[in-house]
Design a protein around this ligand. Structure first.
Ligand SMILES: [Mn+2]
Length: 307
């Protein structure tokens, strides 16, 4: 049995979408899908080692999954691993094939797009916008003469799919990422989806707009030349919107770092904990990973993704 393990955000979903839609490089269609909310990146452990014959892994840090990966490789299960996050040390195995690039301007869907020789550039552009890689998305779009109007629509689509992945648990999401993936499989061309009046594109657009309206009322904690920090309420809408709201703030003020703080649900006996969505200054993309490591040394539980 083939397993597809993918991050539940736009980059993970669209990377897999391209592989499933490809005619040039066929991918197993009948696969078991393993995914989750965007921040759930410890996914590879959910693959059944006794059932799997091969596994594709998309857009989740190898470093965070290395134990499960090594166990699968020990069972001689072929793994195709495509990602752009921190890798740590790669296990040495002839059963492991990797397509990994940690460059700050590349995402998993762009790696898959290269692998498929630009077979689905519209989807790849949408994913790059969704992963907040505006420059890479625009560069690919310009190279293939995608108009400004089309770019704006692909950007919207990528942002909505990305937005759908955020939440504390699957219950917070509008659509389970596996279900969203299956729905999108009907569209080799995303403009067919966008031109359908009542498609999932418009359902996500309505949900996104409503959540963002609420986020704009956020409490401002810090606002200076280097850093802006805002706090959102502990509500499903806030948990869904925190990441994309962070992206929007980052894009609006690219010279400073941005932090969106959401209070986590706790019982009154537990210490308060927060989910921190961190964006390095877009014009100086560095240091976010180090800050996350620093915070985790200080017992902050930090889920660090460059997203
Ligand atoms: Mn990604």
């Amino acid at each position: 049995m083939h397993y597809d393990v993918f991050n539940g955000d736009a980059d993970g979903i669209i990377a897999l979408l391209q592989l499933h839609l490809s005619r040039d490089k066929p991918h197993p269609k009948d696969s078991i899908l393993v995914t989750g909310v965007k921040r759930d990146i410890s996914l590879l452990k959910n693959v059944d080692r006794n059932k799997a014959t091969s596994v594709t892994v998309l857009d989740i840090s190898l470093e965070k999954n290395v134990e499960a990966l090594s166990q699968l490789l020990d069972k001689e299960i072929a793994i195709f691993y495509v990602d752009h996050h921190r890798t740590g040390e790669l296990p040495k195995s002839k059963f492991l094939t990797t397509l990994i690039d940690t460059d700050a301007n590349i995402c998993t869907s762009l790696l898959v797009n290269n692998y498929l020789n630009n077979e689905f550039i519209y989807w790849a552009i949408a994913a790059a916008f969704g992963d907040n890689m505006q420059a890479s998305a625009q560069a690919l779009a310009d190279k293939h003469n995608v108009s400004i109007e089309q770019q704006a629509l692909l950007s919207e689509l990528g942002v909505y799919i990305n937005y759908n992945g955020y939440g504390r648990s699957i219950d917070d999401l509008h659509f389970h990422p596996a279900m969203l993936f299956k729905t999108l499989l009907d569209y080799a061309n995303p403009f067919d989806l966008i031109s359908e009046d009542d498609s999932i594109f418009y359902q996500l657009q309505a949900a996104y707009t409503a959540d963002m309206e609420q986020a704009k009322q956020a409490t401002i904690l810090i606002d200076n030349d280097q850093l802006s920090a805002v706090q959102l309420a502990d509500e499903p809408w806030a948990r869904r919107v925190s990441g994309v709201f962070g992206n929007e703030l980052a894009n609006a003020a690219p010279n400073k770092a941005h932090v969106v703080v959401t209070l986590n649900e706790t019982t009154h006996k537990e210490a308060a904990s927060y989910t921190i969505s961190l964006r390095a200054p877009l014009n100086n993309k560095q240091g976010a990973g180090e800050l996350c490591v620093w915070l985790s040394y200080r017992r902050w539980s930090v889920c660090c993704r460059r997203d």
